[in-house]
Design a protein around this ligand. Structure first.
Ligand SMILES: C[S@@+](CC[C@H](N)C(=O)[O-])C[C@H]1O[C@@H](n2cnc3c(N)ncnc32)[C@H](O)[C@@H]1O
Length: 393
């Protein structure tokens, strides 16, 4: 393989991948370069991000690397503690008691841990459906869940290849929307979109005039918030609308719980956030260059919760609320659940539980940057956890 690799991650001080990983990345580079050549020398960043994460067999999520947990690149709430899933199970119990179907549909189930924790805490749940873009993750989820659940519990899980029809139940998406490709924009005299080219050595940035949908989206935001300064870089995510439309079509009656890191629009597009929110993760190091280590690092952007809520409402959902993860988990009994588990544990387990509670809820950890957006369709539901207690931020 003689393709240059994008491993001269100058100034980033990233650990060097092993030879197999470099070989794997080189195959993805070849595929992206072919796409760039086909497109006349450049592709939009959204297409680059899509290939880097989801190119079959080669993208970050479709490839075989370990992504989650201490040996991977980043840690999500279900990897931190089973208390996260146990709190969600409590919320699910309350929703089912109000008439929601006894089913969960989880998008992007990662390692499968959240599913395992919820089914353990809620053994009477009738069905647990998983829909993941990554076939490789599906195999890992099956392996993990077969080993950690009883055969009866395991038999309740079904892996889907597309959205179900007439779904009646609870939809959960933890850190899924942040993994959707975004368009990158830069404001100069006018708005420019960032694309990716290849100079025979490495990927590099190019600019082009944004298409109508991207321009409409950013102008809509500017008309609400005021003009952005020059040299301002940001993202727009055009995937919310089609995602919520498809979900609304699939749901007969549902409660939807979206958990992710992000901001309301005023904070997301704050004039001082001049470089946007794009973030890359490789072996627990976070940096801002998505063009290095293609296929080996995660690429994410924070969620614009106002755009999400607008897309959800336009698709036919009602908003139940937007609160911090801290408020949502505490209102769903996180501390009580931790105390219950603590009673049976030794001192080391008690300390570990207390650390897990801190990581999930402290404002300088996951407590306030992570938020919960809850929606409903065709149901009368009360969700006291979603009543705003003024701790968003
Ligand atoms: C950052 S990981 C989060 C995994 C897991 N939810 C967790 O919290 O550990 C993102 C996951 O979302 C999946 N994903 C991204 N877009 C998706 C979509 N449109 N439908 C289903 N899964 C999706 C990816 O394949 C990946 O499993």
């Amino acid at each position: 393989m003689n393709r240059p690799l994008g491993f001269d991650a100058q100034g980033l001080e990233l650990p060097r991948p092993d030879a197999d990983a470099i070989e794997h990345s080189a195959r993805l580079v070849t595929a992206i370069v072919a796409r760039i050549e086909e497109s006349g020398g450049m592709i939009g960043f959204d297409e680059y991000m899509h290939m880097a994460l989801y190119e079959p067999g080669l993208g970050y999520y479709s490839g075989s690397s370990i992504k989650f947990g201490a040996h991977g690149d980043f840690v999500t709430a279900p990897e931190i503690s089973p208390l996260f899933g146990a709190s969600l199970a409590r919320q699910a119990t309350a929703l089912i008691a109000q008439g929601c179907g006894s089913r969960i549909l989880e998008f992007g189930a990662g390692s499968g841990r959240l599913c395992g924790h919820i089914l353990t805490a809620l053994p009477e749940l009738e069905r647990y459906l998983i829909l993941d873009l990554s076939g490789e993750l599906k195999q890992r989820q099956q392996h993990y869940l077969r080993n950690c659940l009883s055969p009866e519990q395991f038999a309740r899980i079904e892996w889907l290849s597309g959205l179900p029809a007439g779904f009646d139940g609870i939809v959960v998406a933890n850190e899924v929307l942040d993994a959707m490709p975004v368009h990158l924009l830069s404001k100069q005299d006018s708005w420019l979109e960032l694309g990716v080219g290849y100079d025979g050595q490495r990927f590099g940035w190019q600019t082009f005039a944004p298409g109508a949908r991207v321009l409409d989206a950013i102008r809509g935001i500017e008309s609400r918030l005021g003009q952005f300064p020059r040299d301002y870089r940001c993202e727009v995510n055009l995937n919310y609308a089609p995602w919520f439309q498809a979900l609304a079509q699939s749901c007969e009656r549902a409660a939807v719980i979206v958990i992710d890191y992000g901001y309301e629009q005023e904070e997301y597009y704050h004039p001082e956030r001049r470089l946007g929110t794009l973030d890359c993760y490789y072996q627990h190091r976070s940096h801002g260059d998505p063009l290095v280590y293609p296929g080996l690092q995660d690429i994410t952007a924070s969620i614009d919760f106002d755009a999400c809520a607008d897309a959800a409402v336009a698709s036919g959902f009602d908003i139940l609320g937007l609160v911090s993860q801290r408020q949502f988990l505490l209102a769903n009994g996180l501390l009580e659940l931790a105390q219950q588990q603590s009673r049976d544990g030794n001192i080391h387990e008690q300390l570990a539980l207390s650390q897990q509670v801190k990581t999930l809820t402290m404002p300088d950890e996951m407590g306030s940057r992570f938020k919960v957006l809850a929606l409903k369709k065709n149901l009368e539901l009360e969700m006291p956890a979603m009543r705003r207690g003024g701790d968003i931020g």
